[in-house]
Design a protein around this ligand. Structure first.
Ligand code: AMP
Ligand code: MG
Length: 294
């Protein structure tokens, strides 16, 4: 809730040791996750004296713009440094805004060093391999940022909710995921995981808006209605996945996402703080202009 996030937000300002990610909206290290206790309309971290929505929105949009500029600069340095990488894992129910984050936050970065992968239903070839096979191939190389729009977490979410494999198989995956993420972290990848948290009521509004808008109608998928009926099972699956795979080397963040402008700002804030804490440094040049005749 707001007050809980309020406490976390204050710690953003505190200096973070190098290599650590931000605490902003970060899921506390231990314990269960109760999504129903986290307000999807929260605007924690964006405050103005009046708290009216329009004023908050204006502040958040201005700060998002500044954060996008900062992200560009930090990405350039990460690329130049060419030693470490950043992996952003994004999950959320249908219409939670995963594509919106890509368009409004990620799109400002240089595509040469930043790639987005959307993980869909696995192909037959992918299903013939272990569930991490297709994931590992898309992980960022040194200097790169990779963003996952859905991810290996689908293998403990949709797969669990639809019983696509027996329970002991998906249950064993929490540990497999933690070990996989640990090995990425050990080889220089900073991992940030984001759950875009929307309410069921907001999803209804967004699905209706998709149906009503000829520009968005193509995004409507009959399957989304069937998935919506399993809302409670998905929330439970998310709670367990977030709690079991919330590690110091790959922490989860829960982004209140009913307000799109808040969601975009909050994600940009987490990415800026994470890259600032990584503090990438371009290698020192060894040449000077005086050495050369032009
Ligand atoms: P969208 O994100 O709307 O393009 O939809 C992608 C679809 O692929 C969603 O319905 C996901 O649940 C599904 N999907 C992604 N990964 C998996 C997976 N590992 N197993 C089954 N379905 C998946
Ligand atoms: Mg969809």
């Amino acid at each position: 809730m707001d007050s809980r996030f309020g406490v976390i937000v204050r710690s953003v300002a505190a200096a973070l040791p190098s290599g650590m990610t931000t605490n902003f909206l970060r899921v506390p290290a231990r314990g269960l996750v109760h999504l129903s206790r986290i307000d999807p309309r929260s605007t924690a971290g964006v405050s103005v004296p009046s708290r009216d929505d329009e004023a908050l929105k204006e502040v958040a949009e201005q700060r998002l713009k500044e954060n996008r500029d900062t992200l560009q600069k930090l990405q350039y340095r990460l690329w130049a440094e060419n030693k470490r990488s950043l992996l952003v894992v994004m999950q959320g129910m249908d219409t939670s805004g995963k594509d919106g984050v890509v368009r409004h936050v990620i799109a400002g970065m240089n595509p040469e060093g930043c790639k987005v992968t959307s993980f869909k239903k696995p192909s037959e070839i992918e299903l013939d391999h272990d569930f991490l096979w297709r994931i590992h191939q898309q992980c960022p190389a040194k200097g790169e940022i990779a963003v996952f729009n859905r991810s290996h977490y689908e293998d403990v979410l949709v797969v669990r909710v639809h019983g696509l494999v027996p329970e002991p198989v998906w249950r064993a995956r929490y540990e497999t995921i933690n070990a996989f993420e640990k090995s990425l972290a050990d080889s220089g990848t900073t991992i940030v995981k984001l759950f875009l948290h929307i309410s069921k009521a907001e999803q209804k509004e967004r699905l209706l808006a998709r149906l009503a808008d000829p520009e968005k109608n193509w995004k409507f998928n009959e399957g989304d209605i069937a998935e919506r009926k399993k809302w409670a099972s998905y929330q439970r699956a998310y709670e367990e996945a977030i709690a079991k795979c919330n590690t110091p080397y790959a922490p989860w963040h829960i982004i209140p996402a009913d307000r799109k402008w808040y969601r975009n700002w909050a994600v940009s804030e987490i990415l800026v703080k994470t890259l600032e804490a990584m503090d990438p440094k371009p290698p020192k040049g060894t040449f000077t202009a005086g050495q050369f005749k032009f």
